[in-house]
Design a protein around this ligand. Structure first.
Ligand SMILES: [Mg+2]
Length: 418
């Protein structure tokens, strides 16, 4: 097709990138499955006051409740909220359904998490229509396939702007930002919307008097580099809506390791030994496959075969076993059940390819890099002499663990499905 209209579209849109993000995903799934929850404030998370809110339904948000908030605080803010424990297997199932819809639209789908993905739509205009039409069709297809879930969609010519656009009009949003308008459209938004600007970076930017993305664009490259180093250039490029990153296939799957134990455990120290061993295995596999994980999940099975899970997103993607372990051990505080447990599992989820864009961390880089180098060195030794030779001093020091490795009194179950 070489109509003048299509040529004009190509000129104005050198690329078409969609970002699709399900609305209040976990809470929306609960409301879908249980009609009595619909239209009511729902918090998905552990009932314990030590737990955190994983997702708040849109009915709960006007009360000031949001994800990652301690449950105790959320209950104070919204006493009438219905608290629903998470069902990760169900979310995974719906996620697969949603990702299949995305794959009907594009051969290049990059999943960022269970409920969020980029779609490369360049050249698809002749199939699906202009960008706004692509967005409408995508939303309708997700609604249809899931039996009623809404997704917010952003379309622009770069990944960055598409992602900011999808969050712009949630829930059930559709925001199209033509490339020639992108810089102007970004300008009034707060610096918190810059990709890679965490709370510490935001503080630094505010201290420099830079409050909006327009302020960043106007600040000048030299000034930003001087105050922020290489991150300065990154933010300058984003503020000018320049982001050449391609859509790459990413896995939304997880790498996990769980052990059904020879003897039930309840002591925290004993559970931690198993988490440490699992974290070492997962870290090694992540590094071998060139993945980093953005989230960590701990799974405990009681002697009555009740399955309990808690999960947490990490501030940045990692393949360092020490970081996975620390997050997993921290999650133990969120389990109310005193045990004993017959199975201990750890999984790393939201996997991203290591070679891709890394969020620019301005702090604590040295410690993590040292830890990563150490673990990579251990990988080499393991590969040459077998993993039994390489054990952490902390694992060896624990008497309950000492007998464990050589006698193989646990069963490794690989939950990785790739
Ligand atoms: Mg979402």
């Amino acid at each position: 097709m070489s109509s003048p209209r299509r040529n004009l579209l190509q000129q104005r849109w050198p690329r078409v990138v969609a970002h699709a993000d399900m609305d209040a995903f976990y809470a929306a799934v609960e409301q879908l499955d249980d009609p009595t929850l619909r239209g009511r404030p729902v918090l998905v998370g552990g009932r314990s006051n030590r737990g955190v809110v994983l997702t708040a339904s849109y009915e709960a948000r006007p009360f000031g409740v949001g994800s990652a908030m301690p449950m105790a605080r959320a209950r104070k803010l919204c006493a009438q909220a219905l608290i629903v424990p998470p069902r990760f297997e169900r979310y995974q199932e719906i996620s697969e359904c949603v990702m299949r819809v995305f794959e009907d639209f594009s051969p290049q789908v990059e999943a960022l998490s269970l409920d969020e993905a980029f779609l490369e739509m360049t050249g698809a205009e002749h199939v699906f229509g202009e960008p706004a039409q692509i967005g409408r069709r995508l939303k309708a297809a997700v609604y249809e396939a899931t039996g009623g879930l809404s997704v917010s969609v952003g379309l622009s010519a770069t990944k960055y702007v598409a992602k900011v656009a999808s969050a712009h009009d949630k829930p059930d949003g559709l925001t199209v930002v033509p490339p020639q308008d992108a810089r102007r459209w970004l300008a009034p938004l707060p610096v918190a919307r810059l990709w890679g600007a965490g709370p510490k970076t935001q503080q630094r930017l505010t201290a420099l008097g830079l409050h909006t993305i327009g302020d960043i664009a106007a600040a000048g490259l030299d000034y930003l580099q001087q105050h922020l180093g290489s991150a300065g250039e990154h933010f300058f490029e984003l503020a000018h809506a320049r982001d050449p990153r391609a859509i790459s296939r990413r896995s939304a799957r997880s790498i996990g390791c769980e052990r059904t134990l020879a003897e039930d455990v309840s002591a925290r120290a004993a559970i931690q030994v198993h988490l440490q061993r699992s974290a070492d295995t997962i870290g090694r596999r992540l590094r071998r496959k060139g993945y980093r994980a953005r989230g960590v999940r701990v799974k405990l099975k009681t002697t009555r075969f009740e399955l309990l899970t808690r999960q947490r997103r990490l501030p940045e993607a990692t393949d360092v076993a020490g970081v996975l372990y620390a997050a997993g051990a921290g999650l133990l505080d969120e389990f109310e059940h005193p045990g004993p447990f017959r199975l201990v599992g750890l999984a790393a989820y939201e996997l991203t390819q290591t070679t891709e864009f890394q969020q620019l961390a301005l702090f604590d880089v040295d410690t993590r890099q040292r830890q990563r180098r150490l673990e990579s060195a251990l990988d080499d030794i393991s590969e040459r002499f077998g993993p039994a030779l390489v054990q952490r001093a902390s694992t060896l020091a624990d008497p309950s663990a000492r007998g464990m490795a050589p006698t193989l009194d646990f069963l490794d179950v690989d939950t990785d499905d790739d």
